[in-house]
Ligand binder design. Structure first.
Ligand code: FES
Ligand code: FES
Length: 157
């Protein structure tokens, strides 16, 4: 085991990890932050996405020991105090959540997108979601939600 420090949602965690443990494994199974989901564990579904230094990254593809000294944000860190983040509110309002399994990863991807590009086109939203799979919604409402969130975050809705 190796002792490392991870900064997640602005809190420092001192954790003992094996060298081959992924960041997703540590987040879910060691730190009990179970909002990030494990859909495939092979980098294909996006359910495990977290922000690492502002980029949406599949945490199942990152070794925990490589995530030291990074700013990590999980879905648990997206809400603003007791208020949902505008992206979370928009997902609820637009009906973009069905079973909800993909939703944390979708919201992390949307956050990374909107932080860089506050006014994305429909095509840019679709491209950003390229690595996020949803088995339920057909993606239309997810894209609607991200457009709604973008409008709200720009102060237009
Ligand atoms: S669980 Fe990481 S991409 Fe599917
Ligand atoms: S809402 Fe069920 S997988 Fe997306």
């Amino acid at each position: 085991m190796q002792q490392i420090k991870l900064k997640i949602n602005a809190k420092i965690y001192d954790v003992a990890v094996k060298k081959n443990w992924t960041l997703l494994y540590v987040i879910r199974e060691v730190l009990n932050l179970t909002g990030s989901k494990c859909g495939c564990n092979t980098g294909d579904c996006g359910a495990c996405k977290v922000l690492i230094d502002g980029e949406a990254v599949n945490s199942c593809t990152v070794l925990a020991i490589k995530a030291e000294e990074k700013e990590i944000v999980t879905i648990e860190g997206i809400a603003q105090g007791t208020s949902l983040h505008p992206i979370q509110e928009a997902f609820v309002e637009a009906g973009a959540v069905q079973c909800g399994f993909c939703t944390p990863g979708m919201i992390i991807t949307a956050k990374a997108l909107l932080d860089k590009n506050p006014n994305p086109t429909r095509q840019e939203i679709a491209e950003a979601l390229d690595n996020n799979l949803c088995r339920c919604t057909g993606y239309i409402k997810i894209m609607d939600a991200i457009e709604l969130a973008a409008r709200r975050m720009r102060g237009e809705a």
